[in-house]
Design a protein around this ligand. Sequence first.
Ligand code: COA
Length: 380
Amino acid sequence: MTDIARLTGRPVISATGLFTPEDSISNEELVASFNEYVRRHNEANAEAIATGEIEPLTESSVEFIEKASGIKARHVMAKVPVLDPEIMAPRWPQRSNDELSILAEIGVKAARQALERAGRKAEDVDAVLCAASNMERPYPAMAIEIQQELGIDGFGFDMNVACSSATFGIQTAADYIRAGNAKSVLVVSPEITSGHLNWRDRDSHFIFGDVATAVLVEDSGIAPKEHWDILGTKLKTVFSNNIRNNFGFLNRAYPDEAGGPDKLFVQEGRKVFKEVVPMVAQMIVDEAARLEIDPAGLRRLWLHQANTGMNRLIAHRVLGHEASEDESPTVLDTYGNTSSAGSIIAFHLHSEDLAEGDTGLICSFGAGYSAGTVFVRRAG
Ligand code: COA
């Protein structure tokens, strides 16, 4: 039972949780599978290639992937079918409606860890937001399934803002606390991005990985002694077709048509790079000014994990110098791009060493375009 008089209306992050799938695919394994697919495809289409009817496919390379993106490996929920040149997609047995959905299952694992770290009982949580870039189904909401599995008496809903889902979720949760509509909100981001990745597309087959994160946003009056004060949150969206996925029930292939690669993730990577870096850097600097925080004094940046080059440039513009790994940690190398979960993984794995009073920034950016900033300060 919460004493209402203790509530302050000030949102904090009480704890985070992380679920990492056991299986991981190295660049070497990924490229070997991709190149075998290329070989088989070109062999099967040798005649059409010889007449110039179709272009041969080109091999991928480990060196390119690491140099262009900084990614060395990615975790996945189903390694064998993803690497099988005849399948190249995740596969698992269809679950019945009475079983926990796979997205909910990994979300619950991350959520339980966040609750445990906060010393919080599920029944004291008021709401669950499932904030992720790919939902398993339109309804019932994944969030409500997670709520049910955890035994939370309150409400839940799904929200999708692509790679910025988690920060948009944190601001939404923080607004519930600020308005007094909730005192404890779980923001869960299960990201099975291997399902939306086109593993046959040379330009992007290396980008994504699977994971789930959870962030417990609470009123400071009930938070554990050690927590992170949320100093301010800011969201921004600007429409762009440069990252797009056309999958949907109004836009699916009919049984007699081919599915089409646009029902998976597609992007103009170079344009994304060029347009998003200045937008996000400016947004961070503006928001820091609004909060009267000197960006150069930020102790750590937990940035969205899509590309090391993008993060280097953004961090440089914010801090005014080349960021060290300590100032802007990378998890992209072993996790790949995990969409909205990336900045939360970085925060989860690289925040314990900060001292009371240290200020940092959780920041996401991605499709939409969408970007979110959450400035936090260590307390307790
Ligand atoms: N293996 C080997 N070579 C490859 C390759 C692969 N898998 N994929 C592309 N190449 C080649 C291209 O054919 C091209 O060759 P060319 O110069 O002879 O034409 C060259 O490498 C450069 O390709 P490009 O696509 O322009 O690479 P890039 O340097 O822009 O890097 C990304 C690609 C995707 C890593 C990079 O643009 C990026 O990270 N952008 C931001 C993406 C992002 O954050 N998206 C958000 C997702 S939520």
